[in-house]
Design a protein. Structure first.
Length: 385
């Protein structure tokens, strides 16, 4: 059982940073069953916990969403998010340990989301993860949230091989990344303002849909009439792979104002038609940029990750786009597209196997460049195997 207030003493490793500690050796409790890593995700409004084994794959995972807490306010309230993570993290950890049928002593490492995200929420997961690792006498690693998303398709039965292009689309990020290996990332383009997921949520709010708006916009779009509204495809006529969705958001707002009645309300079909046109604009823009990225890199494998990657229309359009270049599209199951502990446990496991670890400080980074992450060297991985 987890005893958070009476942790046993643990040896203190002489660590200074993740980057400088790559060549050190650690007691990771690697047994015949392989390295088992506890993953903790608390970057925003979902508490995700998972156990991943290097030999056995995903052992157990659990997720608690705070949607009902924040729905009243129409958006995430950081202080409320942090408080709820405090209440839920330890019980969920005990739950996945029980479901996996293992003991605390079987866990050989702890991975927690260190950023980007809400600093208060990040500190909860980092504090719990760092404390448990110290108490169990195992290494801990702070994981980049977007690296977790990027690697989520690796949890599938048919994962992509390196290299590939990744489209990261979530509430806070829209990025195109060339991925040559874990830790070898080149950002090809990103959003200059609102991320795609953020635009979905804000348009949902404009249309009077429940929080979070993104999934509701996608559902409403299915009832929309194609062709009634034609929304712009932002920045497709400019060179480069950057994105911008703030102008599209303004276009939607103006369209709503133009077709609303005196009370500011829209007819049901008009709401659906606007949702349809908006989704088609975002999906088409993302598809055009992905095709350009594949052409630019000469690669044929594309993965999509992050909350918006669960959008069925986006998957359908991108499948058609990659087929034109004899390519393949990869993505995770919908439950692993949104924030989850499984992706953090997987990413952390790969870095721990390579001998990388974080120091004893409680690490939380609200902003963190994906390109700043250290690569995983094959020589380190083989030495640890």
């Amino acid at each position: 059982m987890i005893a958070p207030f009476s942790l046993p003493p643990a040896p203190v490793h002489d660590l200074t940073s993740q980057q400088s500690s790559n060549n050190l050796k650690f007691n990771t409790r690697k047994q015949e069953k392989g390295l088992i890593v506890l993953g903790i995700e608390t970057s925003c409004d979902e508490t995700g916990i998972a156990l991943y084994g290097s030999e056995r794959g995903l052992l157990a995972d659990a997720l608690y969403s705070q949607v009902e807490i924040h729905a009243e306010y129409g958006g995430v309230i950081p202080e409320l998010a942090s408080r709820d993570h405090i209440r839920k993290t330890l019980p969920l950890i005990q739950q996945v340990i029980d479901e996996a049928g293992i003991k605390d002593a079987d866990i050989g490492g702890v991975a927690y989301t260190a950023g980007p995200g809400l600093v208060g929420a990040l500190l909860v997961g980092a504090s719990v993860g760092r404390a448990l690792a110290m108490g169990w006498g195992v290494p801990a690693i702070g994981v980049h949230h977007m690296e977790g998303h990027l690697l989520a398709p690796m949890l599938e039965a048919d994962p992509p091989e390196f290299p590939f292009v990744a489209l990261l689309v979530s509430g806070g990020h829209t990025q195109l990344v060339r991925v040559d290996a874990i830790g070898e990332y080149e950002v090809l383009g990103e959003s200059l303002d609102d991320a795609a997921g953020e635009a979905f949520d804000k348009v949902g709010k404009m249309l009077g849909l429940p929080y979070p708006g993104g999934p509701h916009v996608a559902k409403l779009a299915l009832e929309g009439e194609a062709g009634r509204f034609k929304f712009p495809r932002p920045m497709i006529n400019r060179p480069g792979l950057e994105f911008s969705f703030s102008g599209l958001k303004t276009f939607v707002r103006n369209t709503i104002a133009e077709h609303a009645d005196a009370d500011g309300k829209l007819e049901a079909q008009t709401r659906a038609d606007i949702a349809h046109a908006f989704q088609e604009s975002v999906v088409s823009t993302l598809s055009i940029k992905c095709s350009r990225a594949l052409e630019h890199t000469g690669l044929q494998r594309l993965i999509i990750a992050g909350g918006v990657s669960a959008n069925t229309r986006l998957r359908e359009v991108l499948e058609a786009a990659v087929a034109k270049v004899d390519g393949r599209l990869f993505y995770a199951k919908p439950k692993y597209c949104t924030d989850n502990g499984a992706m953090i446990a997987y990413a952390g496991c790969q870095r721990l196997l390579a001998g990388q670890t974080s120091d004893l400080a409680i690490e939380a980074r609200p902003r963190w460049s994906l390109e700043s992450l250290p690569p995983i060297h094959h020589s380190e991985s083989s030495e640890q195997s």
